[in-house]
Design a binder for this molecule. Structure first.
Ligand code: NDP
Length: 449
């Protein structure tokens, strides 16, 4: 990891001591602190007010028991989390992740990232994140419903449209949000649409929310390309994952004239030189939660499937990691560089390791961090909240146009901030400083929170 300025080193060491074993959280904190030296030097009020130290400590952390019964009547037990990290800008906002790897360190890294991401959108939303080590994979709909109901039976007392507004993330899509919202409604006797986002269109959801993170990431890259007079037209693109973010990233790349030649899941990856057939992929993934290996079987000999391995060995102009944290390491970065990759943009949260980021940027590959590039999801969640508050619903076209405008303004804000701090083209520094200052100034204005 790169060196930090002296006072930030002390703050980082204190954070690692206070949060032992939370490696992903340490990584996310370090990545932000690497950028903050110049802004803290320029604004002594941030040091005087201990803003950075306060920012690293969540306002509230909730850990709870989630018992549920499986289809054979046996009692199962999981652990639930909600970390309400920072509410200086608005109600806590951030998704729920259901995946066996979830523990406090993952929820805190995601919640911490969310503070800056939400700030970058320019919308009134604070940062939070939650989830459970529950694995929806292989569970029946009834089991998922019983789990969600039990999860919400505790969570409901901590959330609300003015308090904390969860959404989806890995393992939490429309089905799970439906069961969670249904239980919240049952317990509270309130049709409080603004308490959760990612809802279905017939019960308070927004157009473009399912598409928003993937579309937004591609809009962001489009803005990056435009700065050098380039576009997606004719570009060869690799997208990791085949979940919500990946599918809609692929869709938008194809709409903008690029070709996505590879995608993956946690078992392996497929290469389809003709371009990923999105209808088929959606049918497999959304239809029966199938695997990308089925995609290869259905497409026949022209498509290769590699079990395990690294999707980043596939030659591309643009790489969009859209699966999970730390999936693109130094070795993968080296392969991307050797293959002439021009841009890496994070659709997932923290998919690129710090060593890989340094390698890519040193080699002149343009790099967009997730807190900027994947902010379209939460931004559209905030638009869903706006529609809920005004009991209105907007058209697909209008919502998509709002999303595109937000992504453009995030992009421009990152570049302007990078310029201001003498690091032109550094999207990481631009995103971190720009996201930080809005939160820091609000924290100071609100007194000791
Ligand atoms: P989904 O659950 O819909 O899809 C996740 C995809 O990533 C699946 O293809 C999954 O494969 C793969 N994946 C998950 N864990 C691993 C792993 N350990 N190794 C390899 N592949 C893995 O989640 P989303 O698409 O919603 O989220 C993807 C990423 O985007 C996450 O980092 C999330 O935090 C981030 N994000 C999501 C937003 C949203 O709006 N949904 C908003 C902003 C960021 P498999 O099926 O085999 O598990």
């Amino acid at each position: 990891m790169a060196e930090l300025e002296t006072n930030l080193t002390e703050i980082f060491e204190e954070a690692t001591r206070r949060n032992p074993g939370e490696l992903e959280f340490h990584q996310a904190v370090h990545e932000v602190l690497e950028s903050l030296g110049p802004v803290v030097a320029k604004h002594p009020e941030y040091t005087d007010g201990e803003v950075v130290r306060r920012l690293l400590e969540p306002e509230r952390q909730i850990i709870f028991r989630v018992p549920w019964t499986d289809d054979s009547g046996r009692v199962q037990l999981n652990r639930g989390f909600r970390v309400e990290f920072n509410s200086a800008l608005g109600p806590y906002k951030g998704g729920l992740r259901f995946h066996p790897s979830v523990y406090l360190g993952i929820v805190k890294f995601l919640g911490f990232e969310q503070i800056f991401k939400n700030s970058l959108t320019g919308l009134p939303i604070g940062g939070g994140k939650g989830g459970s080590d529950f694995d929806p994979k292989g569970k029946s709909d009834d089991e998922v419903m019983r789990f969600c109901q039990s999860f919400m039976t505790e969570l409901y007392r901590h959330i609300g449209e003015y308090t904390d507004v969860p959404a989806g993330d890995i393992g939490v899509g429309g089905r799970e949000i439906g069961y969670l919202f249904g239980q919240y409604k049952r317990i509270t006797n309130r049709y409080e649409s603004g308490v959760l986002t990612g809802k279905g269109l017939t019960w308070g959801g927004s157009q473009v929310r399912p598409e928003a993170t993937g579309y937004g990431a591609v809009f962001f890259v489009d803005e990056m390309l435009k700065t050098s007079g380039d576009s997606f037209e004719g570009k060869r693109v690799v997208v990791s994952g085949s979940g919500n973010v990946a599918i809609y990233a692929i869709e938008k790349v194809h709409q903008l004239g690029g070709t996505v030649v590879a995608c993956s899941d946690s078992d392996g990856f497929v290469v389809d030189e003709a371009g990923i057939d999105l209808d088929l992929l959606k049918q497999i993934k959304n239809g029966h939660r199938g695997r990308v290996s089925e995609y290869a079987n259905a497409r026949g000999a022209s498509v290769t499937y590699t079990e395990g391995g690294s999707i980043w060995d596939v030659k591309c102009d643009i790489a969009l990691p859209c699966a999970t944290q730390n999936e693109l390491d130094e070795k993968a970065a080296q392969h991307l560089i050797e293959n002439g990759c021009l841009v890496v943009a994070e659709g997932a949260n923290m998919p690129t390791t710090p060593e890989a980021i340094h390698l890519l940027t040193a080699a002149g590959v343009r790099f967009a961090p997730g807190k900027a590039a994947n902010a379209g999801g939460v931004a559209t969640s905030a638009l869903e909240m706006q529609q809920n508050a005004s009991r209105d619903s907007w058209s697909f076209e209008y919502t998509e146009q709002r999303l595109a405008e937000i992504m453009r303004s995030i992009h421009d804000r990152c570049l302007e901030t990078a310029d201001e701090y003498g690091a032109p083209g550094d999207y990481v520094l631009g995103a971190n400083i720009s996201g930080f200052t809005r939160v820091a100034d609000s924290m100071l204005a609100l007194g000791l929170i």
